[in-house]
Design a protein around this ligand. Structure first.
Ligand SMILES: O=C(O)/C=C/C(=O)/C=C/C=C(\O)C(=O)O
Ligand SMILES: [Fe+2]
Length: 317
């Protein structure tokens, strides 16, 4: 039994609206280094904490958390499409353990996921099917949202379950840090879009999918020109958040409410709850040391873009 963590921001805008070549090369270097560390760890099981952007989870039934027993990626923004390699019996055992620990996660035997899940699997493992993966959805955009505390407890429960396996387990987290791309909000959209958010968007017509992607791309171009056209990035908050994880102070975030977090760092920053869950899972294996910390605000991707890895400290002799 051993564990490893890697948390990485995602962006659907890579390849569409890119930063300067030296920034792109810097990010590529960060991802390459993480991929090498993960390859050396050679995971036998991945638990991937990630959000959705109204591509797989809708307001017909919106869970705070959902564990996939089977899953497929839709391939939005040119990310990989197709089934993930979900080990069903292990996922069922994980879900049971989470409920037994008092965290009421939903389950799905037909989970539909978007770039939030596909991108880290592609970038860090080389594809959707390279390693058995249990997908764990954390609702990060559709209010009402779960709290930092519940995300931490979810992670701790999964960490305790993983610790009892005789496996090398990699915890991945996808998303964040400060950012607010133009994801629709139920309270602000017209009837047609509300219907999409309530479930008819599960199979989006191609022209609507294209229009939706174009809207995000246009918003990114405008944000580069005018940082006040969207909620501004917040590098100071992002660094403070990374410090909290590095120092194992996930509990300190419990008292930060969701409205306060949105005001600090934008309405999509709730994706960082995936990072809290992943680090909480690792903490079940004891004290840890971090590695590969990276941060840069990248307006072209509407993102405070970061990475942070960690592994348990070796036991004292
Ligand atoms: O405008 C829409 O309908 C959809 C927008 C997105 O899917 C935006 C996603 C952006 C991210 O994943 C991100 O975390 O920046
Ligand atoms: Fe996202």
């Amino acid at each position: 039994m051993s564990a490893f963590v890697h948390c990485l921001s995602h962006t659907p805008l890579v390849g569409y609206v890119d930063p300067a070549p030296q920034v792109l090369a810097e990010v590529d270097g960060v991802i390459d280094a993480a991929r090498e560390r993960i390859a050396r760890f050679d995971p036998q099981l991945v638990v991937l904490f990630a959000p959705d952007h109204y591509n797989g989870f809708f307001y017909d039934v919106m869970p705070a958390f959902c564990i996939g027993m089977a899953a497929h990626a839709i391939g939005d923004f040119d990310t990989a499409a197709g089934p993930l390699d979900v080990p069903k019996a292990l996922a069922e055992s994980c879900a049971q353990a989470v409920l037994d620990a008092g965290v009421d996660a939903a389950v799905s035997y037909r989970m539909q996921v978007d770039h939030g899940f596909a991108q880290p699997l592609e970038l860090l493992l080389g594809g959707l099917q390279r390693c058995p993966v249990i997908p764990v959805f954390i609702n990060s955009v559709a209010v009402p949202l779960p709290s930092f505390k519940r995300a931490r407890l979810l992670g701790e429960a999964i960490g305790q379950w993983a610790k009892a396996l005789d496996k090398r387990v990699l915890f991945l987290a996808s998303g964040g840090l400060s950012h607010q791309p133009p994801v629709p909000e139920l309270a602000k959209v017209d009837a047609r879009m509300a219907d999409r958010l309530m479930g008819s968007g599960r199979q989006l017509p191609a022209d609507e999918r294209q229009a939706r992607q174009n809207r995000v791309i246009q918003a990114a171009r405008a944000f580069v020109e005018d940082p006040n056209s969207l909620h501004p990035l917040n590098p100071a908050w992002d660094q403070q958040f990374l410090d909290s994880l590095e120092q194992g102070r996930m509990r300190d975030l419990d008292s930060l409410g969701n409205d306060a977090l949105s005001a600090l760092a934008g309405k999509s920053t709730h994706e960082v709850k995936t990072w809290v869950a992943a680090f909480a899972a690792l903490s079940a294996f004891g004290p840890y040391q971090t590695e590969g910390r990276y941060y840069r605000p990248i307006p072209e991707w509407i993102a405070g873009f970061g990475a942070l890895g960690a592994q348990p400290l070796p036991p004292h002799p």
